[in-house]
Design a protein around this ligand. Structure first.
Ligand code: HEC
Ligand code: HEC
Ligand code: HEC
Ligand code: HEC
Length: 482
């Protein structure tokens, strides 16, 4: 509610400023020009532009995603006039790709490196009449810079308003070597706690928006690209409707400095949850090539007839309950007869690492040291799910509490009824409710660690307890299964 009020406040200010600068078309009385009146020598005042400059900031980041449109078939026409940046497709259409996160084009961070195009910045148009900028977006300075065929008038107006009034001099505190000058960490922590931790967790590690080959957490991006981070916190994330815009919330310039400095202190890895996602499906989690052979131990059993990637998944041999043949996989199509790994939690890291490099059980050709360590960290904290989940698949949780957590954290992606995402790649359907009913052990793992190669929340990195996970599970078991 507060957010909406502040947003309309921002818009009012924009409209007021524009009204003060130019004529106000809506209030101007309609005057009939006598037919014999002399032609006016002055050009008529340009109509006032109205729109949402904050949406303009999102469009600048990635208008294709914001508008939900297809990428044009050809690269942007100006792209061919440079050779240094070898990207293709969508990237060639993003304003930020040519003009930079610092809005300074070749004179800023994109003056070198793989993003360099040599194109000009847009910082110099800050303060200019938005109508004039709008004309530039329609090709007034260069016909190849006409975006009106791919974007509607409102989107162009929003972009013009953003460029006119809402650019920010990031180099005021972000240095060329990506370090930050100044910034009060306590204040930055407070801004983060108030606006970010509900989704990203207190350490910023609850959401990984890349795969686990190089996990991308907030702390990672803040170090890797503080200018991009600054733009994203000011305007939000394209496609994530409820990630806030701090401009909208009225954060001060000094607080941006504090926040970015603080974000750089956050961790760039989270071994336990990364290990959990590797245990689930390491091939998907790190984006590895599909396996062309079965895992060598696979041939020592005949009951589970899967082939290829599945035969390499830790969970396929050791179970979602970590009990192998002594647990859920003691029968049924997933049965292999292989042992569980629940006892691993009491074993030293060296012994577990040795097992992961064992004969016919050697994963070191596929996983790097950090990933092997993550698996070990994960296994050292696995626990028996028996107190949480009963043999008949009912769970010992409080669905009322689970509903609150679901609404606050899962609904944005999965929808109120859990049916926004369908995980079944075949004929059937598999919603959150379906998998919660069929396999609560699997879901408990995913609530704790997240989903491999997706930006799904890892509950262990939220301020939640295992009982909270079970409560969520209890609630999603009440959602429709089909
Ligand atoms: C493929 C690269 C590319 C993309 C994508 C691109 N621009 Fe440009 N832009 C340029 C080039 C090159 C110029 C200089 C054009 C000229 O005057 O010849 C320019 C000029 C501008 C100018 C005028 C700057 C000045 O001082 O004259 C503005 C404003 C601008 N772009 C905004 C945008 C916005 C907003 C977007 C996203 C919708 C965008 N650009 C996308 C390459 C690009
Ligand atoms: C309502 C939930 C929510 C809130 C609140 C939120 N974010 Fe996000 N954020 C997300 C999601 C979801 C993604 C992943 C988006 C994706 O996959 O594109 C994300 C992505 C990001 C990214 C990465 C964007 C990229 O693609 O490089 C950054 C940086 C980020 N958030 C920082 C923050 C900061 C800092 C705050 C607080 C000022 C914040 N977020 C608040 C949900 C949120
Ligand atoms: C093809 C089936 C299979 C796959 C896939 C598999 N394992 Fe195993 N694992 C076994 C078998 C069988 C054993 C028993 C020891 C042996 O014969 O090597 C074992 C033993 C272990 C042990 C030692 C047991 C203990 O309690 O100390 C650990 C730890 C272990 N596996 C972890 C993993 C992890 C982590 C993965 C995924 C990277 C994985 N395993 C993938 C079959 C598999
Ligand atoms: C930022 C978006 C996002 C959020 C937030 C999110 N999820 Fe997901 N979730 C996904 C995506 C995307 C997939 C499916 C990815 C795929 O198809 O591999 C998924 C998959 C799942 C699956 C099924 C996995 C499978 O393979 O069977 C479950 C269960 C699930 N989510 C539960 C939850 C719960 C519970 C929450 C809240 C605690 C939650 N999700 C929050 C995006 C999200």
């Amino acid at each position: 509610m507060k957010k909406l009020l502040v947003l309309s406040g921002v818009l009012l200010v924009v409209v007021a400023v524009l009204a003060a600068c130019g004529g106000n078309a809506t209030e101007a009385p309609v005057v009939e020009q006598p037919t014999d009146a002399p032609t006016p020598t002055e050009a008529p005042a340009m109509p006032e532009l109205s729109g949402d400059p904050l949406r303009g900031g999102l469009l600048y980041d990635n208008w294709i995603k914001v508008l939900g449109v297809e990428t044009p078939a050809e690269n942007q026409a100006l792209w061919a006039t440079q050779t240094t940046n070898t990207r293709n497709g969508t990237d060639t259409w993003r304003c930020k790709e040519c003009h930079g996160w610092d809005y300074k084009g070749v004179d800023g961070a994109y003056g070198g490196g793989s993003h360099m195009t040599g194109f000009v910045g847009v910082f110099q148009v800050a303060g200019m009449d938005a109508n004039e900028i709008l004309a530039m977006l329609k090709g007034s300075t260069n016909p190849d810079h006409d975006f009106s065929a791919v974007m509607d008038e409102q989107a162009l107006a929003d972009l013009a308003l953003f460029l006119s009034g809402y650019q920010f001099e990031g180099s005021a505190f972000i240095n060329a070597d990506k370090t930050i000058t100044g910034g009060d960490l306590e204040s930055g922590k407070a801004v983060f706690g108030e606006n970010c931790t509900d989704c990203h967790g207190p350490q910023g590690t609850a959401i990984n928006w890349k795969n686990d080959a190089t996990p991308n957490y907030v702390g990672f991006l803040a170090l890797d690209n503080p200018l991009e981070t600054l733009h994203k916190v000011r305007f939000g994330q394209p496609g994530v409707a409820d990630m806030p815009s701090l401009v909208d919330l009225g954060v001060t310039d000094a607080e941006y400095n504090d926040l970015i400095a603080y974000l750089q202190t956050l961790p760039t890895s989270s071994p336990i949850t990364e290990g959990g996602r590797l245990y689930d499906n390491w091939i998907k989690a790190i984006g590895a090539e599909d396996m062309t052979t079965d895992q060598p131990l696979w041939a020592t059993q005949t009951t589970n007839t899967r082939t290829g990637n599945d035969t390499w998944r830790c969970k396929e041999c050791h179970g979602w309950d970590f009990k192998g043949v002594d647990g859920r996989y003691s029968s049924g199509s997933h049965m292999t007869g292989f042992p569980g790994i629940l006892s691993a939690k009491d074993k030293p890291a060296e012994e577990l690492l040795a097992a992961l490099k064992g004969e016919n059980h050697d994963f070191s050709a596929y996983l790097n040291d950090a990933q092997m360590d993550a698996l070990v960290a994960f296994m050292q904290q696995t626990q028996d799910f028996a107190p949480f989940i009963n043999d008949d698949k009912t769970v010992n949780g409080d669905a009322e509490n689970g509903k609150v957590l679901y609404e606050g954290n899962c609904q944005a992606c999965h929808a109120e009824d859990g049916k926004a995402l369908d995980f079944d790649d075949g004929e059937g359907v598999e919603f959150v409710g379906t998998v919660a009913a069929d396999n609560p052990w699997e879901v408990l793992n995913k609530i704790a660690n997240g989903q491999p190669a997706s930006a799904m929340t890892a509950g262990l990195n939220m301020e939640w307890t295992w009982q909270d996970f079970v409560d969520i599970l209890a609630y999603i078991q009440t959602l429709p299964t089909e």
